[in-house]
Design a protein around this ligand. Structure first.
Ligand SMILES: Cc1cc2nc3c(=O)[nH]c(=O)nc-3n(C[C@H](O)[C@H](O)[C@H](O)COP(=O)(O)O)c2cc1C
Length: 220
């Protein structure tokens, strides 16, 4: 049972609230018996933005099955080819990210554009997306300076992550979000309390993920 951890933090060694969430989640996941974790730290292995050549390489065959890529187009898909397997092999995904400008750092979207391509997690038949992955569970761990309310119109992070997974047939993305982490604005007590509840919830989500991964396969 493999869990892919996509870490979107420029300084993974820091003791930041985002990293605390990841530590709480994976500590509980290990205790629950899941230790097969693949770590992909995007700032340590940076995805390039998708180029016109890579776009043609991955998306042109959808409309033109006879398309033969040029050498340059093949080369433009090198990062994707290196990392497509990470997510294809995963039974569960955890994305850990700070909130930047109400969304994720752009590097997360760059990674999504590289690996959410036809032939990797899905095929497209007559315009319809047919998922081919075996992902059973997705969790988003996030941290932000400001407090966000439920379905906050400023929030472009949760819709981004839910949207991309809905595209491949996964409608249930659970979120543990340590928001309101700005001490100057909210004071140390409120910040601490918000972080503690998010850490606790991250632990619960890890237990849920472990239970999902260890559940016997449903009868056909
Ligand atoms: C470039 C940048 C943009 C940010 N944009 C937002 C934002 O839109 N909303 C917010 O609440 N916090 C924002 N923040 C603050 C971070 O989300 C906050 O500090 C978060 O707790 C970072 O987690 P870390 O301490 O783990 O790095 C931003 C921080 C940076 C560096």
């Amino acid at each position: 049972m493999n869990v892919l951890h996509v870490l979107v933090h420029p300084d993974p060694s820091s003791d930041s609230s985002t990293m605390k969430l990841a530590n709480a989640f994976f500590g509980t996941l290990m205790e629950a018996g899941i230790d097969d974790v693949t770590n992909l730290s995007l700032y340590q292995d940076k995805p390039p933005f998708l180029t016109a050549e890579a776009l043609r390489y991955f998306w042109k065959p959808v409309a033109d099955p006879g398309y033969i890529p040029s050498k340059q187009e093949e080369t433009s898909a090198n990062y994707a080819h290196k990392h497509m397997g990470d997510i294809r092999d995963a039974d569960a995904i955890v994305i850990t990210t700070p909130v930047w400008i109400n969304s994720a750092p752009a590097i997360l979207k760059a990674w999504m554009d590289q690996v959410f391509v036809p032939g990797n997690l899905f095929e497209i038949e007559n315009g319809i997306v047919k998922p081919t992955h075996h992902i059973k569970s997705v969790v988003l761990l996030a941290s932000s300076a400001e407090a966000y309310k439920e379905n906050d119109p400023r929030d472009a992070l949760v819709p981004l992550v839910r949207g991309i997974f809905a595209y491949i047939g996964i409608d249930d993305v659970q979120v543990a979000w340590a928001d309101g982490q700005d001490e100057r604005r909210y004071g140390p007590d409120a910040v601490k309390q918000r972080l503690e509840s998010a850490l606790e919830y991250a632990g619960e989500l890890a237990e849920d993920m472990a239970a999902t991964l260890m559940a016997p396969p449903a009868e056909a």
